[in-house]
Design a protein around this ligand. Sequence first.
Ligand code: PEP
Ligand code: MG
Length: 886
Amino acid sequence: HKYVYDFSEGNKELKELLGGKGANLAEMTNLGLPVPPGFTITTEACQAYLATGREPDGLAGQIEAHLESLERAMGKRLGDPQDPLLVSVRSGAKFSMPGMMETVLNVGLNDQSVVGLSAQAGGNDRFAWDSYRRLIQMFGKTVCEVPGEEFEHALDEAKHAKGTHNDLDLDADDLRGLVDAYKKIFLKHTGREFPQQPREQLDLAIRAVFESWNAERAVLYRRQERIPADLGTAVNVVTMVFGNLGPDSGTGVAFTRDPASGAQGIYGDYLANAQGEDVVAGIRNTVPLQELEQLDKASYDELLGIMARLEEHYKDLCDIEFTIERGKLWMLQTRVGKRTAAAAFVIAGQLVDEGLIDLDEALHRVNGAQLAQLMFPRFQLDHEFQPVAKGIGASPGAASGTVVFTSARAVELAAEGESVILVRRETNPDDLNGMIAAKGILTSRGGKTSHAAVVARGMGKTCVSGADEIEVNVPAKRFTVAGQTVNEGDVVSIDGTTGKVYLGEVPVMPSEVVQYFEGSLDPEHIDNALVRAVHRIMTHADGKRRLAVRTNADTGADAARARRFGAEGIGLCRTEHMFLGDRRELVERLILARAPGEREAALAALLPLQRADFEEIFREMDGLPVTVRLIDPPLHEFLPPLEQLAVNVAVAQERGEDVAKEEALLAAVRRMHEENPMLGLRGVRLGLVIPGLFAMQVRAIAEAAVSCARGGGVAKPEIMVPLVGAVQELETVRAEAEKIIAEVVGDSGVEVLIGTMIEVPRAALTAGQIAEAAEFFSFGTNDLTQMGWGFSRDDVEGAFFWRYLELGIFGISPFESIDRDGVGRLVRIAAEEGRAARPGLKLGICGEHGGDPDSVHFFHEVGLDYVSCSPFRVPVARLEAGRAVV
Ligand code: PEP
Ligand code: MG
């Protein structure tokens, strides 16, 4: 089995086997770029090691052979006392896991070869001893678990003895002394001398890199980023090159375009006479890469040439790390670089212009999550505002408000119309009301899957979690950060995208992308690279996608907005929202009606109101289909709460007031009280129990459609029955509805479809029967998830999902993204069996999943005709439906 690949043997497609770093080093090697020679030990070797606790058979021999050929190529031997070859041992997994795993530099140095290194470096003793002490420090810490502080402490002591704070003031003798001190520390903690055998150093370092795959922080990171736990890391053994050999040496990082805005140009930092770790550690200040032109024009020109070459080759923004050793440029790493959401769109557009990629590829390179980010308002930041802390951007958006520390206070102030930011160490289910009331949530603990993060995302509320520089003191109602105290009542601003926290109120800027979708920015006539790129890619997505995109809307205003955002109809109009406000009294009369006459009067009063609602919506959606769902929630939701009412009645009776009306209401509320209303009298069940209710709604829909048609418009109503579990339910409703429709529609030319939600598991499993009575299905994946998993959709997110996420039981809430294996299977079965029974059956989805990027891909795969989502997510669904095709 081949476990070791020379750089010349790999390529960029082999990330799974060679890790990202190894695959790209191989790619650059084969492009003829100056990469220090080396080889990669595969992720398979790591997997075998982790499974058995020892190196797989044959690995040692293969390493030996590759090391020998490396030595031949370099004309040096590992550990040679005269002219030693030194190597770095670097981790590199398929997915980048920054700083999570280990690296050991300068492997091959020992008491003899340190002298040789010095001679090689032109008698630079200081450099050689500094390299040696770095090896012992890194090796001790990484490979042998020697506490890092002990080395730090010894280094501090050496500097103290010298009367300096700067490492660079230590000379060769000081560093030789430090090597002795380090060796003692090593001996004390490991019970053995620092290994002098270079091959032993190498083997132990490789093993340590393997093991670092399972380091606690790496495991946590993978869970957060949803990286599979069994991939393992590759190990790169690379010839050392030194950027700290004098002023003609140095090291730097660069991007081939601006990763923040996508603008073309040279973006990078350079540090002369330094090694990579110095740049990361921020020991000295870097200079802009452009200054390298003055320092070393030849290397600068070569670097620019290589960057252009890499872009052309990878056809994308690349980020690189390089080192210059005495005027010779070496490429240490490259990869397709991370970028902001805005840069992703801008760069994709530019690359199309440059002819490097086509529009399909551009569409592939951006995603709905990025587009969603661009649709949030942003802070308008100038130099005046500096963040005081940085946590995790847990739920995007920009929020400013008054600081409060308790849920109760949040509710109180919000009721007075104030914007509040709820600040907690971490939140728990008791904070739910406060979280609902707050404009944003800030916690000092917890990651992306903490309670605060999960719940805030579910609510679409801005949240920064785990801002650990913040010291929260709830009893004292204040927090401290960066030496400042923030009291309840002070104003802070939080950015849920970047995780940054600001004191005071930062002005908020509306999103240009939303302005474009709203139609107030014309992409052809403004100089805005982002808007132009979004326009171009969205247009392409629309041309490509097979899925139609509708919206969930139940007011004319929402419908109009969604239409501007590109909605091609309404997939769900929830009529229950039309029974609130001052119409509640009519509903109350309907519910309390004892005699048929009373009920009919109440229904007759509701009819014109409903008709007007639908007329408005049909007008806004002129020419497009509108799915109107008959009333769904339990009727008692329209009545006052039981306890409250009971108390009121008791108090009034006590006072001897006339409470006949209230008593009747109380009796009705008692009668209708359900222990489990979500599984009780709602949806179609209600329609079958309350005579005339559905009939009134059907009549209102049909009359509104006819009135639209008479006015010259085109209404395309689709009446949808909720919560159906058996075809008989639907048949009963259908028979009544058809009569009314026939009577109302007459010869107006209006066509009304009748269909059903598929949101009860039994409906999905008997879809073949149900399709006999339905002209369309719309999957209610909210209820289907609720009933499929047995998770109460109103309770579980705040109660225990954080724990499920932490344990990895699922990577994302199944209410947020469709559970393909379980709930998704129900959708698949119903789609197949429904279409088999009725070819041409229209299929849609109107649960929250309709606007979730990953779910949109699933619904495309299953072959639905459309997804329907909230107006704001319509562009995201359009984009993802296009991406599902390319
Ligand atoms: C659903 O259950 O997915 C659905 C769209 O209906 P509601 O959310 O109104 O229950
Ligand atoms: Mg439902």
